[in-house]
Design a protein around this ligand. Sequence first.
Ligand SMILES: C[S@@+](CC[C@H](N)C(=O)[O-])C[C@H]1O[C@@H](n2cnc3c(N)ncnc32)[C@H](O)[C@@H]1O
Length: 207
Amino acid sequence: MNSGFDSPLETWDARFAADEYIFGTAPNVFLASQRPRLAAGGRALCVADGEGRNSVWLARQGLAVTAFDIAPRGVAKARALAARSGVAVDFHVASVEDWPWTAEAFDVVAAIFVQFATPAVRERMFAGMLQTLKPGGLLLLQGYTPRQLEYRTGGPPRAEHLYTPELLRQAFAAHELVELREHDDVLDEGTQHAGISALIDCVVRKR
Ligand SMILES: C[S@@+](CC[C@H](N)C(=O)[O-])C[C@H]1O[C@@H](n2cnc3c(N)ncnc32)[C@H](O)[C@@H]1O
């Protein structure tokens, strides 16, 4: 499969041309497990939100949600999911490289499987996510660890895009690491993330 690193917009738009929701319409399980930490009325940002399963779920919990993704077809499907679910989400088509990361604007940033980012892009993206959180706000991040290269059940086939505990500890050293959990679990997220997976969950509270 083309990993889509050279032309991410075209590659992801072609994947999202499928009629079905290729990551499903249920929220990511790690994100949903964070429900007790979410306060209704808070503002949330969903980074690279794809077809909207996570932004729509956050809106259904009573948060005011902004979401963006590079792929227009993904965002169109996300808008349709929100309409069907009876919630409003402020959707945008944008790349992490262009997103303004307005300072101290959000209570929650959700970054679920945003491992398209090269190490250089990741560094800027993580800095942007922290910048856009209010002090005390939460970053909710899930990704694959390098052992996922053996499972091959989803995610980019490039070790430098994957997360180790050390990488995340270092990236968020200036903040409170509320949760950092490496685990193997079966994912059932549409056709794209299916089967036993090497995962890492990370919750950071901005200082
Ligand atoms: C693995 S999917 C995850 C989608 C969504 N977060 C979810 O969990 O359902 C990765 C997403 O990143 C988006 N993407 C790829 N490169 C991007 C970039 N530079 N800026 C913003 N989004 C990007 C893709 O369009 C795709 O929707």
